[in-house]
Design a protein around this ligand. Structure first.
Ligand code: ADP
Ligand code: G3P
Length: 488
């Protein structure tokens, strides 16, 4: 019989999964279900929290069976889409409203009013974040002001991000969040690791409805829903988990995950930094009450652009087809895509910005537009690299992962435009691997994150820069002009 497995729950934006890992990092099985995206109006994105729980539960049950029963599972690790916020009743454990998703822009005006009132420096100082509808705090305030069921719940109201909701359901009413997820709410002081009363008041988020903030590894909760008790011993937001899965454990280590959005994190160590260039300071992980920090650049549209080309425009039948199309033309034919379909994130932070495809002519074909869309990944990452460098966080090798990183053309284009080596692990599900690593530390299978990284991480492939300087220069100049138009 094989060793006991680690079960990982990866509750992402578009799908939820359960995966089984062996202690050597081998992935033994995956169960996956899609999550319905609700778009009630332009700029609004909602999820059904009951659906997230039901589908996650189904995936877990499948993997418990595949493992040979709950007693064949040593521990559970949870990782999740961050910032998305759930409202439920403590008494019944039922959602009170739809979950407001991280991509939702409904609080743009409220954030703008707070900026005009001059409170952004206060928010940034305490939370490391900027004032943007992306983060949970303003979404909580909005729900309390606009959804009567939520406001009327009073002391029966529980609020939490997705991992908090799942732990509540798994562990029969345990209301906790880990420090990485809490650091994305704009309500936690990342220096102290505690909820900040002033910020809760500022955003209209009732502190009594919030979960207890705990470490990312350790005896976090226990579930007894699958036949025998299984401890939940690792929890982190998906981007922090990916950084751990990529072994970004020392200051300067950097990863970029290309999924629905693109998220770059550089480990900055135990000293919290403040960005001077509109990047985010965030908690990388918290162990034994000690926090390690990261600098983050969040890009809202990455793989979702390819999905849009596929589903809305019908340009490709599959996401993978974009690679052959990009290779089928010598260059972008003067076309640039600025994928501000959900506003622009770091380093611009313009929720009002709208997307553009520039440089179209009668010579433009479908392949040029697809190529321009893929090139936008390197362009957006280049903007981030400049902001990180200006903040003193120089990237060495960029470690990439996420569904979109499977595209070799994108990986090479990143190396070319960044003029830096890009490394991709053979196993690109680093988010899940990072949660497995945390759970492995939390259940005592490993003594430290460094130890689990050497035990669980596999092979990598390297892409080195090969583009000539004039071509690269023209690409960067073309992008600057296109993004400038969108910002104007
Ligand atoms: N070969 C590919 N080339 C380009 N884009 C891809 C490719 N494979 C997947 N994608 C894009 O990557 C995204 C899926 O990545 P994934 O990491 O699963 O996303 P998430 O975790 O955010 O749901 C989709 O938006 C898809 O369009
Ligand atoms: O679901 P993903 O992988 O696109 O990640 C979403 C991020 O956590 C949002 O901050």
């Amino acid at each position: 019989m094989t060793e006991r497995a680690i079960l990982v729950i990866d509750a992402g934006t578009t799908s939820t999964r359960a995966m089984l890992f062996d202690p050597d990092g081998g992935c033994r099985g995956v169960a996956q279900r899609d999550i319905t995206q609700h778009y009630p109006a332009p700029g609004l994105v909602e999820h059904d929290a009951a659906e997230i729980w039901d589908r996650t539960h189904t995936c877990i049950a499948e993997m418990v069976e595949a493992a040979g029963g709950a007693n064949r599972i040593a521990a559970i690790g949870i990782t999740n889409q961050r910032e998305t916020i759930v409202f439920w009743r403590r008494s019944s454990g039922e959602p009170l409203a739809r979950a407001i998703v991280w991509q939702d822009r409904r609080t743009a005006a409220a954030c703008e009013r707070l900026r005009e009132a001059g409170v952004e420096p206060r928010v940034q100082q305490a939370t490391g974040l900027v004032l943007d509808p992306y983060f949970s705090g303003s979404k909580i305030g909005w729900a309390l002001s606009n959804w009567p069921e939520v406001a009327a719940a009073g002391s029966d109201l529980a609020v939490g991000t997705i991992e908090s909701w799942l732990i509540w359901k798994l562990a029969g009413g345990r209301h906790v969040t880990d420090a990485t997820n809490a650091s994305r709410t704009a309500l936690m002081d990342i220096g102290t690791g505690r909820w900040d009363e002033g910020l809760c008041d500022l955003f209209g988020a009732p502190q009594g409805a919030l979960p207890e903030i705990v470490d990312c590894a350790g005896p976090i909760a226990t579930t007894s829903l699958f036949g025998a008790a299984i401890p939940i011993t690792g929890v982190a937001g998906d981007q922090q988990a990916a950084a751990i899965g990529q072994a970004c454990l020392r200051p300067g280590d950097t990863k970029a995950t290309y999924g629905t959005g693109a998220f770059v994190l550089t480990c900055t160590g135990s000293e919290r930094t403040m960005s001077e260039h509109r990047l985010l300071a965030t908690v990388g992980w918290q162990l034994h009450g000690q926090r390690s920090y990261a600098l983050e650049g969040s890009v809202f549209v990455a793989g979702s652009l390819v999905k849009w080309l596929r589903d809305q425009l019908g340009f490709v039948a599959t996401a993978a087809e974009t690679e052959a199309l990009a290779r089928s033309v010598a260059d972008n034919g003067g076309v640039f895509a600025v994928p501000a379909l959900a506003g622009l994130g770091a380093p611009h932070w313009r929720p009002d910005a709208r997307a553009a495809i520039t440089g179209l002519s009668f010579a433009t074909g479908r392949a040029h537009i697809v190529r321009a869309a893929l090139e936008a990944m390197a362009h957006q990452t280049f903007d981030l690299m400049q902001a990180f460098t200006a903040d003193g966080a120089r990237w060495g090798t960029l470690r990439i992962d996420g569904g979109m990183s499977a595209n070799d053309w994108i990986a090479q284009d990143l190396a070319d435009i960044l003029e830096a080596p890009v490394e991709r692990p053979a196993f690109v599900e680093t988010t899940a691997l990072g949660a497995a690593m945390l759970a492995g530390v939390g259940c005592g299978l490993f003594g430290s994150l460094a130890e689990t990284a050497s035990a669980m991480r596999g092979e990598t492939r390297r892409f080195t820069p090969a583009m000539d300087a004039p071509t690269r220069g023209a690409r960067i100049a073309g992008w600057r002009q296109a993004v400038g138009r969108v910002l104007d």
